[in-house]
Design a protein around this ligand. Structure first.
Ligand SMILES: Cc1cc2nc3c(=O)[nH]c(=O)nc-3n(C[C@H](O)[C@H](O)[C@H](O)COP(=O)(O)OP(=O)(O)OC[C@H]3O[C@@H](n4cnc5c(N)ncnc54)[C@H](O)[C@@H]3O)c2cc1C
Length: 626
C-alpha cells in the first residue's frame, strides 16, 4: 500500500483513513498489489474460484441455527399466522400480537430467558422472527429487549420477582416510554416528572406540558398493560431550594386494567397512526395527569428513595447515573445492528438470485446475457455482497462481545461494546437502507412488485436509522478516544470564540467522517480475522476475495478525498478502480455460492423472482396463470 502514497506527508484525515485501511489490508492484499490489475485481468479473467459451498455455509451458520429453524418451521406449519401482502393497520397489529403469542405459548420459544441467560441466542431468534415479518421482530424487541430489558437491567430483585413471569409469558405486555414529543435524541432533556409524596409513599407521574407527551411508544396504542416511563425524579424539600431534580430515572407505570383492559385513571392514550412501515407495531402517545404509583415502582438499581424521602445511589453524580442507565439499554442497539444485516442478506439474496436467471440483450445471434454479467450490475451488487459478509462478521463479533459483557461486567468491555454498538448500528443501518433501493432497481420492474419484497423491506427497515439512537447522533460517540490530531486542533481553535458546543458543531462533518472511517477499519479488521480463522481452504479463498473487494471498495468510495489531498496519485486511483472492477467480476463468478451460504431457504426469502427453481413459473402462478 506504500505505493499508493504520494509525496504529500500532511497529517490529513484522508491519510489517516487510508492508513487505517492499509494497516489491515497489507497482509491480505500483498499478492494483489504486486500485480498490475490489467495484467491480472488479461491472464485470469476467465478463472473461477472453486468453493466448497457446504463448508462456507457451515462456517457462516453460527451456533443457533436450530432455534432459527424452529421459528421458521412454526410459521410454515401455521400459514394463518403469515402476514399477507395486503392488510389493514388494525388487522396487522392483531396478527402481529397473535404471531408473538403463538411463538411464545405454542412454539415454546421464551425470548426473555435468552435475554437474561444467552443474549446471542436471543439475537438469533430476533433475526429469524424479523425475517417472518419485521413488525414481529420489532414487537418482540419492544416486549423483551425494551420493556423486559429495562425492568431486568434497571430494576432490582423485587422487580424481577414481580414481573419476570408475566413479561416472559406475555400476560404483561409492556412498553418502553422514553421519547417525548419535544425530545427524542436528547434524553437528558425529558420533561415528564415523577415527584415523591412522602405522606402516601408514592410517586406522582405528570406530563407538565404537551411537549412532554410520550410519543412513538411501541405496544402503547393497543396491547400494553405497563410502561417503563422515563421521568425526572423530584424530591420535595430535599434541599434548601424546595424540590430537588435528581435527573432522569425509570418507573413502572401500569397503563391498562389487567382484567378489563381499560385505560387507567389519569392516563390518556392515543394512537400515533398509520406509519411508513412497521404497521404491525401499535405505537401510541401517552399523557399522565397525577398518576400515583408505589415507591417500589422506581427501577432502583442505580438510585433509590427511602421511605422518608432520602435519595441514595452508589454513583456520585446525575451524569454518572444517567450514563449507567442508558448503558444498560445498549442491547437494543446491538439487536438492531445485527437485524439490519439479516435484512441486507435477504435483499442481496433476492437481487442476486434473480440477476443470475434474468437475461437481457446479447451479442448478435447468440443467447441473451445474464444481467449479472453486465459490469454495471456487478458494480451495483458485488461490493454490496462483500459488505454483507463484512457486516455479518462484525455484528456477530459485537453480539459475542455483548454476551461476554453481560457475564463479566468488565468496565473496558462495557466501554468497547458501547462505542462499537453505536458505530456499527449507525454504519450498517445506513448502508442497508441505501442498498435496499439499489436491490429494487437491480431487479427492474419486477423488483417493484410487492410480492418480491423490496417495498416492505425498505419501508420497515428505514426507521432502523433513527430509533435506538439516531445515526448521526450515534456516530458522535467517539468523542474522547478517537479524535485525530487535525480535528483536535480545529476543535481547540474554535472552542475559544464559539464555546465547546459551537466548536463541535463547526467540526461536525469532519467528526462524522472520522467516525465512519474508524468503524470501517474495525469492520475490516473483524473480516480479516474471520478469513484467517476459516478452516476450509476453498471457503477461506472465497472469503479472502470478498474481503479484498470490501476493502478496496471502501477506498474507492472516498477516492475524491484521497485525491484532494494528493495522497493517491491519478494513475494509482485508476489502478484502484480497475482492481475493484476486476474483483467484482471474480466475486460475481462465485456469487451463487456466496448467497447460498447465507442459508436462506425459499420459504424465508419468499420473493417468487428469487426462487431457486422455477422462479418465473412461481411468479406467473402468483398473479393467476395456470
Ligand atoms: C416506528 C417508531 C417506533 C419507536 N418506538 C419507540 C419506543 O418504543 N419507545 C421510545 O421511547 N421511543 C420510540 N421511538 C422514538 C425514537 O427512539 C426516536 O424517534 C429517536 O430517538 C429519534 O428522536 P427524534 O425522532 O425526536 O429525532 P430528533 O432527535 O429530533 O432528530 C431529528 C434530526 O435532527 C438530527 N439531530 C438531532 N440531534 C443532533 C445532533 N446533536 N447533531 C446532529 N444532528 C442532530 C438527527 O440526525 C435527525 O436527523 C420510535 C420511533 C419510531 C418512528
Amino acid at each position: 500500500m506504500q505505493t499508493l502514497k504520494s509525496n504529500n506527508e500532511s497529517n490529513s484525515e484522508a491519510e489517516r483513513r487510508i492508513e487505517r485501511l492499509s494497516l489491515h489490508l497489507n497482509p491480505i492484499l500483498n499478492l494483489t498489489w504486486n500485480h498490475h490489475p490489467l495484467e491480472m485481468e488479461n491472464c485470469s479473467r476467465g478463472k473461477k474460484l472453486i468453493v466448497d459451498a457446504n463448508s462456507l455455509t457451515g462456517y457462516m451458520r453460527g451456533k443457533y441455527r436450530d432455534i432459527q429453524e424452529k421459528v421458521f418451521d412454526y410459521f410454515n406449519a401455521n400459514p394463518q399466522l403469515q402476514t399477507p401482502l395486503e392488510i389493514s393497520k388494525d388487522n396487522h397489529r392483531e396478527l402481529c400480537m397473535n404471531q408473538l403469542l403463538g411463538l411464545v405459548r405454542e412454539a415454546g420459544i421464551r425470548p426473555l430467558h435468552y435475554v437474561v441467560h444467552d443474549p446471542a441466542k436471543y439475537f438469533a431468534i430476533l433475526e429469524a422472527v424479523g425475517s417472518v415479518d419485521m413488525s414481529l421482530g420489532i414487537k418482540m424487541g419492544v416486549q423483551y429487549s425494551l420493556w423486559g430489558g429495562s425492568v431486568i437491567n434497571l430494576g432490582t430483585q423485587k422487580h424481577k420477582d414481580k414481573y419476570y413471569d408475566g413479561m416472559d409469558n406475555l400476560d404483561f405486555p409492556g412498553c418502553f416510554a422514553m421519547t417525548e414529543l419535544h425530545h427524542g435524541s436528547n434524553v437528558q432533556g425529558l420533561q415528564t416528572v415523577a415527584t415523591f409524596d412522602p405522606i402516601t409513599d408514592e410517586f406522582i407521574v405528570d406530563t407538565p406540558n404537551d411537549g412532554a407527551i410520550k410519543w412513538w411508544i411501541g405496544n402503547a396504542a393497543v396491547h400494553g398493560k405497563f410502561a417503563t416511563v422515563f421521568a425526572r425524579l423530584k424530591l420535595p424539600n430535599y434541599d434548601a431550594k424546595g424540590i430537588s431534580d435528581m435527573g432522569v430515572h425509570a418507573f413502572i407505570v401500569p397503563i391498562r386494567d389487567m382484567k378489563t383492559h381499560q385505560t387507567l385513571p389519569g392516563i390518556e392514550i392515543h394512537d400515533c397512526g398509520h406509519k411508513v412501515g412497521l404497521n404491525g407495531v401499535d405505537n401510541g402517545a401517552l399523557r399522565f395527569r397525577s398518576v400515583r404509583i408505589p415507591r417500589d415502582n422506581l427501577l432502583n438499581r442505580f438510585g433509590d428513595v427511602s421511605r422518608d424521602g432520602q435519595y441514595t445511589s452508589t454513583l456520585p453524580s446525575v451524569n454518572k447515573r444517567f450514563g449507567a442507565t442508558l448503558g444498560e439499554l445498549v442491547g437494543g442497539r446491538v439487536g438492531l445492528a445485527y437485524s439490519s444485516v439479516s435484512v441486507l442478506k435477504v435483499a442481496a439474496t433476492i437481487a442476486i438470485r434473480y440477476s443470475l436467471i434474468r437475461q437481457q440483450f446479447g451479442p448478435p445471434n447468440q443467447p441473451e446475457v445474464t444481467i449479472l454479467d453486465y459490469q454495471s450490475h456487478q458494480h451495483k451488487l458485488m461490493p454490496m455482497l462483500a459488505s454483507t459478509y463484512a457486516f455479518h462478521f462484525a455484528t456477530t463479533n459485537l453480539v459475542e462481545k455483548y454476551a461476554q459483557m453481560k457475564k463479566s461486567h468488565d468496565e473496558e468491555l462495557v466501554a468497547d461494546v458501547h462505542a462499537l454498538s453505536a458505530g456499527l448500528k449507525a454504519y450498517v443501518t445506513s448502508y442497508t437502507a441505501k442498498s435496499l433501493s439499489i436491490c429494487r432497481e437491480a431487479c427492474g420492474g419486477h423488483g417493484y412488485a410487492a410480492v418480491n419484497r423490496f417495498g416492505s423491506l425498505r419501508n420497515d427497515h428505514d426507521i432502523f436509522q433513527t430509533f435506538e439512537g439516531d445515526n448521526t447522533v450515534l456516530l458522535q460517540q467517539y468523542r474522547t478516544s478517537r479524535l485525530l490530531h487535525s480535528v483536535a486542533v480545529r476543535l481547540q481553535k474554535h472552542s475559544k470564540p464559539l464555546g465547546q458546543f459551537g466548536a463541535w458543531n463547526r467540526c461536525l462533518n469532519h467528526l462524522l467522517t472520522l467516525a465512519e472511517s474508524h468503524i470501517e477499519s474495525v469492520i475490516l479488521a473483524k473480516f480479516i480475522e474471520a478469513v484467517q480463522s476459516c478452516p476450509d481452504p476453498s471457503a477461506q479463498a472465497a472469503l479472502k476475495l470478498v474481503c479484498d473487494l470490501y476493502a478496496l471498495d471502501r477506498i474507492w468510495n472516498d477516492i475524491g478525498t484521497y485525491r484532494n489531498v494528493d495522497y493517491v496519485a491519478p494513475n494509482k486511483a485508476k489502478a484502484i478502480h480497475k482492481l475493484s472492477e476486476y474483483l467484482s467480476f471474480q466475486v460475481r463468478n462465485i456469487a451463487k455460492e456466496l448467497v447460498d451460504a447465507f442459508d436462506l431457504p425459499d420459504h424465508v426469502t419468499r420473493a417468487p423472482i428469487a426462487k431457486q427453481s422455477g422462479a418465473y413459473s412461481q411468479y406467473t402462478q402468483y398473479v393467476g396463470f395456470e
